[in-house]
Design a protein around this ligand. Structure first.
Ligand SMILES: [Zn+2]
Length: 206
């Protein structure tokens, strides 16, 4: 069972107290695409640089695709079938669930044929239902960016129920702000997700 909001909140509070009263800034704070800057002690939108050509993503413009070059790391595979692979992060993160669903073949979202697109829809629908059925997990957010890599990787982010203000579009940022929880709790939930998803096909790998 995922940790309760009270357990996560206690860990957040302890981490903040150990850091002078506020949580450490996650890596996003150093990104040049981070949209906020401090101006005279207040938070303000970052001024945008001049327009420029789109930078090539991994897997295009001569840049190798990491997934196609290195393969899917076996230790991170939660579930798989002939066409799809569900990956977990290397270690627990701030959210109770964060998964990537990727096609085996190098395809971007929008390039799937109707069969693959139908499979994605069915798997995504089941996955969201399974994640939202976990104890202490509320919504499962489904995200697709694709600005860094051209090999489709859809995010499924389950957020802790009743953890006030960890809601909406900032949830994915909180994944790197909240100190990670216990690994055994995280792995047990991933096992539940994998085995339930395998009820419709494919194989659980955790
Ligand atoms: Zn690829």
């Amino acid at each position: 069972m995922a940790e309760s909001a009270e357990q996560v909140h206690a860990r957040l509070t302890a981490a903040a107290e150990a850091n002078g009263g506020h949580l450490p800034m996650p890596p996003q704070g150093g990104w040049d695409i981070f949209p906020w800057v401090a101006v005279d002690g207040a938070v303000a939108p970052r001024p945008l640089p001049a327009p420029a050509d789109e930078a090539p993503r991994s897997g295009e413009g001569g840049r190798p695709c990491e997934l196609c070059t290195d393969g899917f790391p076996p230790e991170r595979v939660v579930w798989e079938d002939d066409y799809w692979v569900l990956l977990r992060p290397p270690a627990p993160t701030g959210l109770p669930v964060l998964l990537n669903l990727c096609p085996r073949e190098h395809l971007d979202f929008g390039q799937l044929d109707d069969d693959r697109a139908s499979e994605f829809g069915r798997i995504a629908n089941r996955l969201a239902r399974i994640v939202e059925g976990l104890d202490n997990v509320a919504r499962c957010q489904v995200l697709k960016y694709g600005d860094g890599g051209s090999h489709m990787h859809a995010f499924f982010a389950g957020r802790t129920a009743r953890l006030s203000h960890v809601l909406g579009s900032p949830v994915i940022d909180w994944d790197e702000i909240i100190p990670p929880g216990p690994e055994d709790v995280w792995l047990a939930d991933l096992h539940t997700i994998a085995t339930k998803l395998a009820n419709w096909g494919g194989a659980a790998r955790i």
